[in-house]
Design a protein around this ligand. Structure first.
Ligand SMILES: O=C(O)c1ccccc1NCC(=O)[C@H](O)[C@H](O)COP(=O)(O)O
Length: 206
């Protein structure tokens, strides 16, 4: 079970999240985000935590060229793709990086079929508004949730165990509930989130 802390905007927060035990850090390169980070800062932050922590570049409806150039400049180890994207586009990115393909509940069944058995693409179920802090209806999604998929959407220390119990995801991801302000991590909230996710993973192993 993997734990990703998203919306990293500084070396300080990268070190904090890695120190708390996060497996992956998210760096958001979507201009609409209040957690936008430059490739240079993301690269520096990635270097500050070492290679055992995955560095995930996060994009929303951006051109293929922009995604690949930004990912290269930031030296990320994986790419997370939000938005209305064709299968061809996702496959093209997956030729270069492991992909977390983010889907909304309404698209879950179709996308799960599309990517079933594709080694380089992992699904992440998220709320319709990324980074919005709104949890999904986990019980309603239980029959649809694919094995091996990740879960995001309004997760924090207070609810990650219940979400994992309901859906048994392969990874969890969060941002809003881990912040003291947009793009600034709350150290206690980050530590508690990682700790609770680990505790829940021991109670409900994959
Ligand atoms: O968080 C953002 O500002 C954001 C903007 C545009 C695309 C993606 C974004 N975040 C991606 C994430 O991976 C978030 O962690 C995920 O959506 C969950 O967010 P939250 O519900 O706030 O925990």
């Amino acid at each position: 079970m993997q734990v990703k802390v998203c919306g990293t905007t500084s070396v300080r927060d990268a070190v904090l999240s890695a120190g708390a035990g996060a497996d992956a850090l998210g760096f958001i390169f979507a201009p609409v985000s209040r957690r936008l980070v430059t490739p240079q800062v993301a690269r520096e932050a990635g270097l500050s935590v070492g290679p055992s922590v995955a560095r995930v570049g996060v994009f929303l409806d951006q051109g293929l060229d922009e995604v690949l150039r930004t990912a290269e400049a930031a030296r990320v180890s994986a790419v997370q793709l939000h938005g209305r994207l064709s299968g061809l586009y996702v496959t093209a990115v997956a030729a270069y990086y492991p992909v977390l393909r983010v889907v909304r509940p309404a698209d879950l069944a179709v996308e799960a079929d599309m990517w079933h058995g594709h080694q380089g693409v992992t699904l992440m179920l998220d709320a319709p508004e990324p980074g919005g802090g709104i949890p999904l209806d986990w019980d309603a999604l239980r029959p649809l949730f694919p094995r091996g998929a990740w879960l995001a959407g309004g997760l924090g220390a207070g609810n990650v165990a219940a979400a994992m119990h309901a859906l048994n995801p392969a990874g969890v991801d969060a941002v809003s509930r881990l912040e003291s302000g947009p793009g600034v991590k709350d150290p206690a909230a980050v530590r508690a989130f990682v700790q609770e996710a680990r505790r829940a993973a021991q109670s409900y192993p994959q």
